[in-house]
Design a protein around this ligand. Structure first.
Ligand SMILES: Cc1cc2nc3c(=O)[nH]c(=O)nc-3n(C[C@H](O)[C@H](O)[C@H](O)COP(=O)(O)OP(=O)(O)OC[C@H]3O[C@@H](n4cnc5c(N)ncnc54)[C@H](O)[C@@H]3O)c2cc1C
Ligand SMILES: *[C@@H]1O[C@H](CO)[C@@H](O)[C@H](O)[C@H]1NC(C)=O
Ligand SMILES: *[C@@H]1O[C@H](CO)[C@@H](O)[C@H](O)[C@H]1NC(C)=O
Ligand SMILES: *[C@@H]1O[C@H](CO)[C@@H](O)[C@H](O)[C@H]1NC(C)=O
Ligand SMILES: *[C@@H]1O[C@H](CO)[C@@H](O)[C@H](O)[C@H]1NC(C)=O
Ligand SMILES: *[C@@H]1O[C@H](CO)[C@@H](O)[C@H](O)[C@H]1NC(C)=O
Ligand SMILES: *[C@@H]1O[C@H](CO)[C@@H](O)[C@H](O)[C@H]1NC(C)=O
Ligand SMILES: *[C@@H]1O[C@H](CO)[C@@H](O)[C@H](O)[C@H]1NC(C)=O
Ligand SMILES: *[C@@H]1O[C@H](CO)[C@@H](O)[C@H](O)[C@H]1NC(C)=O
Ligand SMILES: *[C@@H]1O[C@H](CO)[C@@H](O)[C@H](O)[C@H]1NC(C)=O
Ligand SMILES: *[C@@H]1O[C@H](CO)[C@@H](O)[C@H](O)[C@H]1NC(C)=O
Ligand SMILES: *[C@@H]1O[C@H](CO)[C@@H](O)[C@H](O)[C@H]1NC(C)=O
Length: 660
């Protein structure tokens, strides 16, 4: 760090120092560049505790010697960027006596000079973004732009990439507070809501370490956003500093990697890599990767950290089962390798304990599997002239009878069950995914069910397709996911295989699901298992044990009208969480729910989302993050905190984060 220039720039400049822009100091204009202002990072060796070496983004680190140099600078607030040491009492100074994280406007919130210093140390990666839909609003005169507004409005729900490419936008704005939706009424107001105040557009580990240290020492709320897919507002937080991991896009392929007991092909993935990018890369080298169904979902962020289910799960188990190592900035600011041999407790917690909880992951090393052929089929049936509601439900009940057989065969079926009117219903299968099968084999597998359907007068006309590899099948069969809606809330249940042991409990399962559809709920479900047919042994991770017992991951959605009041929405939400899901819980006592596709208001979320892993996860959370730097709604330890200004059953992150 060139201390003379940076110090004068910082202390004398009257506007934030931004790289590439001119700053006037003592009547002299200079351009802030990497030549005159060095960032707070040191290039270290790329050797990792894992076989896979660091990406270049990971060898730029915040080291003790960088900190020593910083401490030597006489800069306002410089003590806020150090690691957690006894000498560094910044945390104590800023945090003590506060039961809430500091918000903009608070007396102890960092002033503008400190944010300037932070941006300087980051090398200009600090942003103060406005909400994505700000161009629609007159109260954002600098952004107002009718063309951009109409583009954002048109793409808000059908193009999830506009949200993943934005530093703060999330795909379920309900949990943000709906404070800046696309609108035709430019005189309405657009406010920041739970969109974070500041964002670090991370491209190095050093930047992430600085942000973690700063947020911890300055008692700020910290958010990590990757793509913004999270269903519960986990990648949002009012007044927060956010680390945006989206641009960590490196991908490295290892043909013959040896690590721990493993020898075989693997990918090292930057945490910003999205499913479509991984699948494309894996296909290029002739392998099958384990990611989610959606195209723009992040792979090594919330997806893997929550366990991750895949179209390949009935065959190979959970995605997090196949992680060999992870590189992580912990809440203390240190950068460590997590694997079976390096920080093994952290490694256990990261594989299933949830995103945004135990550290900021910068990359993961994952196994990949051989190229696989896939047969698919899509079809639907509904009530109509020749199909009564009773016949319809008999057809669905027949399907339930085969569910175990289908997952045992390695299949994954993504189906929906919807009430379309009084006593009329729709069943959609889109798609049935049959890995390692030909069309003929798939037809043979489903023939008994289709015969049952015929017997009750339901004829289906499936569209079959066959693909020689995962990528082509996945690309053809899964559409770009929708996003952005604010008229729906979801909850879910991992129905246990044990309910299929006898007809009474199977009937109870089916009747519970039928009843909620008759009440107006929409079901989106996965016939899937969390223990792979081809690999019955799975490693010891924190993935919820409920996943190992399930054969049906069912999501239940409730809807309300666009113009509903907050009270009306809260009532629908309450009905979903308590009444409808109460029916499901009563029919599956002891089962759980998938944290990454669950209900933010889930009762007893600890057992539901984490099962028997919770106790150890909670203990590790106290050890690894005693500051609760990394809070997420329904995250481990979140029961000790709360967000202010809430309406019951309309939970958002638009409030102050305080200790309970
Ligand atoms: C359309 C759609 C399809 C989906 N399909 C599937 C599916 O097939 N299978 C499945 O299992 N799930 C699926 N999900 C759920 C998905 O796994 C979760 O939404 C997941 O949290 C997304 O992770 P993300 O990193 O992309 O999103 P984000 O919302 O950006 O992050 C989610 C959480 O992870 C944390 N996080 C993100 N990156 C990091 C990081 N680098 N280090 C630490 N914490 C981090 C965030 O803080 C947040 O808490 C789907 C979701 C949607 C909306
Ligand atoms: C910055 O100032 C220099 C010299 O005054 C000038 O040449 C340059 O164009 C300016 N750059 C910007 C980005 O304004
Ligand atoms: C900067 O310029 C102003 C007006 O031109 C002058 O009054 C002031 O003394 C100058 N400051 C320095 C530090 O040179
Ligand atoms: C610390 O500062 C000295 C003097 O400016 C510089 O030579 C050295 O490279 C710096 N070290 C680090 C790790 O930034
Ligand atoms: C640090 O800077 C401030 C203000 O510029 C000054 O008052 C103080 O004496 C300086 N301290 C040291 C140790 O240089
Ligand atoms: C989304 O819908 C708009 C408006 O109909 C259309 O212009 C755009 O191409 C669509 N985008 C995607 C990704 O489907
Ligand atoms: C974020 O940083 C990357 C470089 O890592 C840059 O390419 C990108 O334009 C930046 N994004 C924004 C929105 O500033
Ligand atoms: C690497 O492993 C050694 C020995 O287990 C450990 O002391 C060290 O902290 C680890 N380093 C990182 C960066 O994880
Ligand atoms: C209903 O059944 C009748 C008699 O079998 C048949 O002619 C008709 O096409 C069927 N209608 C539909 C919608 O399948
Ligand atoms: C795929 O099927 C073949 C037989 O058709 C079998 O030998 C092979 O083990 C199967 N692969 C997996 C991963 O199950
Ligand atoms: C389960 O339901 C089926 C029809 O849906 C019925 O025939 C059967 O008797 C029921 N079995 C029990 C044990 O309730
Ligand atoms: C669930 O079962 C309990 C205990 O039997 C009962 O009190 C409650 O009403 C049931 N809830 C629903 C939604 O059926």
């Amino acid at each position: 760090m060139h201390s003379s220039i940076s110090r004068s720039l910082l202390l004398a400049a009257t506007a934030p120092v931004v790289f590439g822009q001119n700053i006037t100091v003592d009547n002299t204009t200079v351009e802030a560049t990497s030549d005159n202002v060095a960032t707070a990072a040191e290039g270290v060796s790329t050797t990792s505790n894992s076989t896979a070496s660091y990406f270049s983004s990971e060898s730029a680190q915040l080291t003790d010697s960088v900190i020593a140099n910083l401490t030597g600078l006489n800069l306002t607030g410089i003590d806020l960027f150090g690691f957690d040491t006894t000498e560094n009492s910044a945390a104590a100074k800023r945090g003590v006596g506060s039961i809430c994280k500091h918000m903009p406007g608070d007396l102890l919130y960092p002033n503008w000079i400190i944010w300037k210093v932070f941006d300087l140390l980051l090398g200009g990666a600090l942003m103060q973004p406005v909400p994505l839909a700000a161009p629609c609003y007159n109260d954002h005169p600098e952004e107002t732009d009718a063309w951009l507004c109409s583009y954002i409005t048109a793409n808000w729900e059908n193009n999830s990439y506009i949200h993943s490419d934005d530093p703060t936008s999330i795909m379920w704005p309900l949990y943000e507070g709906r404070t800046c939706m696309p609108t035709d009424y430019p005189t309405d107001s657009c406010t920041q809501g739970a969109y974070p105040e500041y964002v670090v557009n991370a491209s190095t580990v050093a930047q992430i370490q600085l942000a973690v240290n700063f947020a911890r020492n300055a008692n700020l709320r910290l958010v990590v956003k990757n793509t913004g897919h999270d269903f519960n507002g986990k990648s949002a937080g009012a007044g927060a500093l956010s680390i945006w991991t989206h641009n960590l896009k490196s991908v490295e392929f290892y043909e013959d990697l040896e690590f721990g007991g493993y020898a075989g092909p693997a990918f090292k993935l930057g945490t910003g890599v999205q499913a479509d990018e991984l699948y494309e890369a894996a296909n290029k080298y002739g392998y099958t990767a384990i990611g989610g169904e959606g195209r723009s979902v992040g792979v090594s962020g919330g997806f893997l950290l929550g366990g991750g289910h895949s179209p390949m799960s009935s065959m190979y188990g959970m995605a997090a089962d196949h992680v060999l190592s992870m590189e992580v900035v912990t809440p203390s600011g240190e950068f460590v390798t997590a694997s079976e041999t390096s920080s093994p407790d952290l490694f256990w917690a990261l594989r299933g304990g949830g995103g945004g909880t135990y550290g900021v992951v910068t990359s993961v090393l994952v196994k990949v599997f051989p190229k696989t052929e896939v047969a698919t089929m899509t079809f639907s049936f509904s009530t109509g002239t020749n199909v009564s509601a009773d016949a319809f439900w008999a057809g669905v009940r027949a399907y339930f009878g085969y569910i175990i057989e289908y997952v045992d065969a390695g299949c994954y079926e993504y189906f929906s069950l919807v009430q379309t009117g009084a006593d009329s219903y729709y069943f959609g299968m889109a798609p049935w995914w049959a890995p390692n099968m030909t069309i003929a084999e798939l037809k043979e597998l489903v023939a008994p069910w289709f015969a049952d359907l015929e017997a009750v007068g339901i004829t289906v006309e499936p569209e079959y397709q066959y693909f020689t590899d995962f990528y082509d099948a996945w690309y053809a069969i899964f559409p770009l996911e929708t996003a952005g809606t604010t008229v729906m809330k979801t909850a879910s249940r991992l129905w246990p295989k044990s309910s299929w042991d006898d007809a009474t409990s199977l009937n109870a399962t089916f009747e519970a699901i039928r009843e909620t559809v008759e009440l107006g709920g929409s079901v989106l479900a996965f016939n899937i298992q969390g223990v792979g047919k081809a690999i019955p042994d799975y490693p010891d991770t924190s993935i919820s044990p409920h996943w190992r017992e399930t054969c049906l991951h069912a999501i239940l959605a409730a809807f309300w009208d666009e113009d509903s009041t907050d009270e009306e929405i809260a009532e629908v939400s309450r009905t979903l969480t308590e009444d409808w899901m109460g029916i499901w819980r009563n029919a599956s006592v002891g089962a759980g729910s998938y944290m990454s596709e669950g209900d933010v208001d889930e009762p007893d979320f600890q057992d539901s989302f984490y099962g028997d892993s919770y106790e150890r996860l909670y203990e590790l959370k106290q050890k690894i993050d005693p500051w609760m730097l990394m809070y997420t709604p329904t995250g481990v330890g979140s029961e000790d905190w709360y967000v202010t200004d809430q309406i019951d059953y309309l939970t958002t992150q638009n409030g102050r984060l305080c200790k309970a």
